[in-house]
Ligand binder design. Sequence first.
Ligand code: AMP
Length: 392
Amino acid sequence: MSQNILVINSGSSSIKFSLFDMTTEAERASGLAERLGSDEAVLTVKTANQKNTVELTESDYRSTLQVIISALTEAGLLETLPIAIGHRVVHGGEAFSDPVVITRDVMDKIRDCIPLAPLHNPANLAGIEAIEELYPAIPQVAVFDTAFHQTLAPEAYLYGVPYSLYTELKVRRYGFHGVSHKYVAAEAARRLGINDNHGIISAHLGNGCSAAAIVNGKSVDTTMGLTPLEGLVMGTRSGDVDPGLHQFLSQQKGWDIEKVTAVLNKESGMLGLSGLSNDMRTIEQAAGEGHAQAQLALDVFCFRLARQIGGLATSLPRFDALVFTGGIGENSRLIRAKVVANLKIFGFELDSELNANNGDELGRISAANGPNIVVVNTKEELMIAKESLALV
Ligand code: AMP
């Protein structure tokens, strides 16, 4: 009996997917349908030894998902329909602290969270609804980016604003990247033999970046907030700014709230600071060739990350390990070295050879004497598949 689980991440103009055989946890295929809703919609499907791209003549969610499942079937990867479909859902608000099997009630609650994630949750729901129409017999599971951080205490999740904004509108900090933080912290604890008792900070550094403080497997603080704009400097997102900036820009430049929000989300971060790119590889290369603004962007990124890690550390009983993950955290020796250099106060020290190799057999890059620094490759899709399997 096949144990295939399909993991879907539906965005506003794209659908990412991975197919896992859960008897071995091997990824059998993955792919991306992008530019959905336009004349240039395409689907790319990657398997162990092939990569195929096809144009999509109809690219609504339903048609696209049907084409994805047909493509997997024709490639001989789906002998029968998947035993479950796991959806990455960005915002679960306060309604979800764990993955759930999707029902009408769950869909209503995801809909209730749309004001908190107006770009992401409608797209996530559209994917769920399309599958329900196409394959009503396949159980669907929702795995939320926010759920892992529902263990934050009120002093960590409340902003210093009128409490009525929390009771009326649920204005609070939620945190994101929960699937990744949960996995990499657990994996680091397992590798270091500190499963039962640990204080860990994980830094998920990709296009989006966030860090989390984790005590004995539970999130106690994190850098992202009501939206994924708060916290660290990211590819195109600013991270923390003075809330007074909005009024200042409105007065000085005549920008309305939509414009300010767009600048902070899409034109800031590494792109805005460097004036060059949101891609860390491009920035590192340019800085190496003497591009002063790229160097400045790197300096700000690392300074702010170290500063946030220092803040998160106040929630730990002990600082057992710092974990790097995400495209940047897993690969950038330079960023890791610069951040760790700013964390001397905690006794952190790198082994430069291990850092150059992305870690020893445990992923460790720390010098023998200091606290552990570990590189763990995140496995968000596999984690969603495992959570889905556990529920069906
Ligand atoms: P992700 O969103 O996790 O796929 O991460 C994307 C980011 O990782 C981009 O900014 C990439 O430039 C960055 N990245 C990937 N590989 C490297 C590398 N070898 N060195 C520096 N940054 C990298």
